[in-house]
Design a protein around this ligand. Structure first.
Ligand SMILES: NC(=O)c1ccc[n+]([C@@H]2O[C@H](COP(=O)([O-])OP(=O)(O)OC[C@H]3O[C@@H](n4cnc5c(N)ncnc54)[C@H](OP(=O)(O)O)[C@@H]3O)[C@@H](O)[C@H]2O)c1
Length: 227
């Protein structure tokens, strides 16, 4: 389905991003997978994904990705999530959420946009239900994801006339290490069987980018199912 396409996926060492990278490779794409964890990066190779050790908070490392060559599909999945009420959460948490969830995808998009435009390709932002609704205790993370929604919506208008599609995915609770950490912060049990399977988020993304270019899926709001 994606034979001949080249994709780059951030957050490819874990959770949703890993599933997206592996499923894109299975669909025939050449896939570059980004992350920091060297052990999990090495594991990507067995699934046909080329690993790149990149800290997305380091501007020079992100800018160096300009060297990767042609690119059709860019998927932003890397993210962090901290919880805490506005009155109590350290201001550094706000900065961390903004650095990884908002600044990094904007910078990486700027670096790679000429390639995606040349290919009339696809950009995918993995956002969150928290990018549409800000619940108590979720302010810092939600602010970064609301910002990411604004970037994606604005970018879509800018690049659609050039043939580029921009998709935002808003998953609910998904069974990944991030969700396990979230449940710990909430003081609640981690029950992966009740959450969305990251493979299902990935398959929705792979299906959307594989659609003929007469179709443009702009938002995917994926909630936990009724069970
Ligand atoms: N899980 C959920 O319930 C859920 C729900 C809604 C939205 N989301 C969103 O979905 C996306 C993926 O989340 P996930 O649940 O799959 O999370 P995850 O399993 O915790 O994976 C996070 C990924 O982000 C990468 N990352 C974090 N900081 C980085 C940095 N500074 N530089 C480079 N890579 C960095 C990690 O790479 P290393 O570990 O190798 O550094 C890892 O691959 C995130 O944007 C998240 O906000 C998740």
């Amino acid at each position: 389905m994606l034979d001949g396409k080249v994709a780059l996926v951030t957050g490819a060492t874990s959770g949703i991003g890993r599933e997206v990278a592996v499923q894109l490779a299975r669909a025939g794409a050449t896939v570059h997978g980004l992350g920091r964890n060297t052990t999990r990066l090495a594991g990507l190779e067995t699934d046909g994904v080329t690993p790149h050790a990149i800290d997305l908070t380091k501007t020079a490392q992100v800018e160096a990705l300009d060297a990767i060559g042609a690119l059709d599909i860019l998927v932003h999945s890397a993210g962090v999530c901290t919880l805490g009420p506005i009155a109590e959460a350290p201001i550094e948490d706000l900065e961390t959420n903004f650095a990884i969830n908002l600044r990094a995808p904007v910078l990486l998009t700027r670096v790679l946009l000429p390639k995606i435009t040349a290919a009339r390709g696809d950009i995918v932002f993995v956002n969150s239900g928290a990018g549409l609704n800000a619940n108590p205790g979720w302010g810092h993370y939600a602010a970064s994801k609301f910002g990411l929604k604004a970037i994606a919506d604005s970018l879509r208008h800018e690049v659609k006339p050039k043939g580029v599609r921009v998709l935002t995915v808003y998953p609910g609770r998904t069974a990944t290490p991030m969700q396990e950490a979230v449940r710990q912060m909430e003081g609640a049990p981690y029950e992966p069987e009740k959450y969305i399977d990251p493979a299902d988020v990935a398959s929705a993304i792979v299906h959307a980018v594989g659609l003929p270019r007469t179709a443009d899926v702009i938002d995917l709001n994926i909630r936990t199912g009724p069970g």
